[in-house]
Design a protein around this ligand. Sequence first.
Ligand code: SF4
Length: 274
Amino acid sequence: MTGLRSSREEVARLLRQKAELGPEALYLSGLSRGEALRLAATARAGAQALETSATLTRPVAASGTPKGRGSPAPTRQAVAAVTSSLPVLPASYVELREHALSCTRCRLSEGRTQVVFSDGVEHARVMVVGEAPGASEDETGVPFVGAAGKYLNLLLSTVGLSRADTVYIANVLKCRPPGNRNPMPDEIEACSPFLLKQIELVQPEVLLAVGSFSAQLLTGREKVALGKIRGEVHNYGGVPLVVTYHPAALLRNPKWTRPFWEDLQLLRQVLDGA
Ligand code: SF4
């Protein structure tokens, strides 16, 4: 409970800072208001310098441009190319969802209460990709509704994002693994085509992978620690991809709240075409 409380205090501090400093404020734990204001001014000056240099050094620049304001959209064909080698799935969103809701492609169909397909708006600017449903999700059929989901909603709101109008959420696995164990490789292989088809149909401007399983799947970098691939913008079929910790991990380990927040700032910058 101490960890959860301190994590909530961090978020409360973050929200107070944003109210005082504005939506582009930096969140830096332990700073006074004056120190934060000085740093925010430095950051703004740095951002202006970056704008004028017009040099984007992130990996995404190699094969895709963020679909922010004034930037060309990632092509639907590029994402479709990623999914072209997958099993044939329905081409329409409604049919894909119906197909998943009755799926028995892997052993997880035997123990589930409900298939958890997605939540949020269908044509969202941001698509959040998690790992697998937990007990609350299995019961309700909606992803990220437990404590971790509520924390995710709160953190997303600090960068102006909400599943009510800008966010779509789905998991790598659509059915709950027993006892919330980790997904098995054959389960990921069986289920991930649904997720990849969802990405193709939703056409998000930016992807946010939370947790190792979604990060490794979408970056294609298996067995790489999350800490080594977060903090930069990757590229999934032309769509900018930010990877970060799972919100459930933040509840267990509040020291990851700050890097999570920094990754959300990065996502916001990509979304704004910075
Ligand atoms: S986890 Fe995915 S592949 Fe397995 S039964 Fe559920 S929907 Fe089908």
